[in-house]
Write a protein that binds this ligand. Structure first.
Ligand SMILES: Nc1ncnc2c1ncn2[C@@H]1O[C@H](COP(=O)(O)OP(=O)(O)O)[C@@H](O)[C@H]1O
Ligand SMILES: O=C(CO)[C@@H](O)[C@H](O)COP(=O)(O)O
Length: 517
């Protein structure tokens, strides 16, 4: 059996597959806000960061790993697990001193992970993907490379605030002594994988491409980008490697504490979006995936790496080989939650009251769906922008938010040059029928959902199995099937309605200044 872990913004999840039976045999999750309230991170990060900073406590991720595996071990015999792969929220970084290696090698199962590893942290909190504090560093990196076009040509993205390179540069500038003490910098995904392996493991090409440091042509750290970011950086980064690489057997800590067999293999980790590409059976071009997690993301495998001329989209490594596109929207589930709570609704009301009582196109009432800073397009928070009264009835407001979110997604995915002919939905909000049908109508494409809403954890389990010799095409044929009756068809009569709505949305967007990276 094969275990997939997904350490996303709000939770750490486990999913175990049995490829022989072709079934998912166990699922478990730890919600950071609800299960670990002492970290005061109700949505998985520390609220109230200044100047665009959004950080999370890496001790919380470690405690969650201990807690999750103890929960799984209560009802599931982990001695049956042959390999584990993980995925993690992308771009977030963990900074550790040189005692990290020894601490990892000598983990005592009688003590907790945070107790033993936290003393190695050289940065108490980790910047995560929601952080927009590094505009100056992005400009400096672009300038050093002769412009953002060159940064994009090499790394697949222009210099982006949430990406790890600019975040490392800001750390180096703000606290050079702590940067100096840092021996190793991990991504969230490779940090979790290193804990499991009991040693430092490489960063895979999928997640590594979200750092503005990986040269996608050579699949190695780019010396000029490293130099533009911070001194001596190469020696502080794990090696980059293919996602399917086996890192070695599990640390004795996990074998002794939770009952994994000593031979259980750890496969390199990847980012949660690359992992969802696998979990949604979309590693070949043609199928588009929309993940509705904390962020909303839109992605697909790419036949050829194509970059976004506007600078909002990215090229990442496809864990199955080659490349994938990715566009990330910061105002995803948390914006929907904010409006739901403001209107005093629950999800069922949100869906039925909002969408069932208003017509497609919302009588021309449009909202820019930015309830906080946005990254696609880049916007500092200015308060909601709408072409209708703020006192409009709740259903109008709900429809305006949802239509705004997916019109914004349609508009900013046009650079891919292809309208989706099939969309697969994953992530927490994919369970919402109204949202799923709205996406089908706005993109005028059929939408499918799987029985499992966590495509990233499923992708991790599939990657673990595939790295151990199972055939990925056979695995996806078995596990990546839409739930019976889950396909939603677009209503073709709404195509012109949403064409008009898109024009209105663009007009509203252009009324403000659209900042570009
Ligand atoms: N029925 C629903 N309708 C809309 N959103 C939902 C629904 N159920 C859960 N969500 C949203 O899903 C989000 C969590 O999704 P998840 O994929 O677990 O996030 P992440 O992977 O980023 O931690 C929550 O913020 C919640 O708002
Ligand atoms: O920044 C990105 C992708 O570039 C985000 O998609 C993060 O990877 C967080 O993912 P979720 O927790 O929303 O799944």
């Amino acid at each position: 059996m094969f275990l997939g872990l997904d350490s996303s913004t709000q939770s750490l999840s486990a999913l175990i597959i049995d490829p022989t039976l072709g079934t998912i045999v166990h699922e478990q999750s730890v919600n950071f806000g609800k299960d670990l309230p002492s970290y005061q991170s109700p949505s998985g990060f520390l609220p109230g960061g200044k100047n665009g900073e959004v950080h999370a406590d890496p001790r919380m991720w470690m405690e969650a790993l201990d807690l999750l595996l103890s929960r799984v071990a209560e009802t599931f015999d982990l001695s049956q697990v042959s390999a584990i792969a993980s995925s993690g929220q992308q771009h977030g970084s963990v900074y550790l001193d040189e005692t990290f290696y020894e601490r990892l090698a000598q983990l005592d199962p009688a003590r907790s992970l945070p107790e033993q590893i936290a003393p190695a942290l050289t940065r108490a909190t980790s910047p995560i993907w929601m952080d927009t504090s590094t505009s100056a560093q992005c400009q400096q990196i672009a300038l050093a490379l002769g412009g953002n076009d060159e940064v994009c040509r090499r790394s697949g993205s222009v210099a982006i605030e949430r990406f790890t390179g600019p975040q490392i540069r800001r750390f180096y500038q703000n606290d050079p002594a702590a940067y100096d003490r840092t021996a190793i910098i991990h991504l969230v995904s490779s940090f979790i994988g290193s804990l499991l392996a009991g040693k430092d493991i490489p960063i895979d090409h999928g997640d590594g491409a979200g750092m503005n440091l990986l040269n996608l042509h050579r699949l190695d750290w780019d010396d000029d980008l490293l130099e533009a970011t911070a001194p001596g950086l190469r020696s502080k980064l794990p090696l980059p490697a293919a996602s399917a690489t086996l890192a070695g057997p599990i640390s004795p800590y996990f074998a002794a504490k939770f009952g994994f067999p000593e031979f259980c293999e750890i496969v390199l980790s990847t980012g949660d979006n690359p992992s969802s590409l696998v979990g949604m059976g979309a590693t070949q071009p043609g199928t588009f995936v929309i993940s509705l997690g904390t962020s909303d993301t839109f992605f697909a495998a790419m036949a050829e790496p194509v970059t976004d001329p506007q600078g909002f989209g990215h090229v990442f490594g496809n864990p199955a080989g080659g490349f994938m596109s990715l566009i990330c929207f910061r105002n995803g589930s948390l914006a929907r939650e904010a409006l739901r709570d403001q209107l005093g609704l629950d999800w069922a009301d949100f869906d039925s009251a909002g969408l069932a009582q208003t017509p497609a196109g919302n009588h021309g009432q449009v909202l820019l769906p930015f309830f906080g800073p946005e990254i696609t397009p880049r916007r500092d928070f200015e308060g909601p922008v709408r072409n209708f009264s703020a006192d409009a009835p709740a259903p109008v407001q709900v429809r305006a938010l949802l239509e705004g979110q997916f019109l914004n997604m349609r508009l900013h995915s046009q650079w891919l040059g292809e309208s989706p002919s099939l969309i697969r939905l994953t992530g927490g909000a994919s369970q919402n029928d109204g949202i799923a049908q709205l996406i089908a109508n706005i993109f005028q494409a059929p939408v499918e959902r799987f029985a499992v809403a966590n495509g990233a954890a499923l992708g991790a389990a599939l990657r673990a199995a595939s790295a151990c010799g199972e055939d990925l095409a056979e695995l996806t044929a078995t596990f990546c099937q839409p739930a019976t009756g889950s396909q939603l068809q677009p209503d073709p009569a709404l195509a012109p309605v949403y064409q008009d709505a898109l024009r209105r949305y663009q007009d509203l967007l252009q009324l403000g200044v659209e900042a570009r990276p």
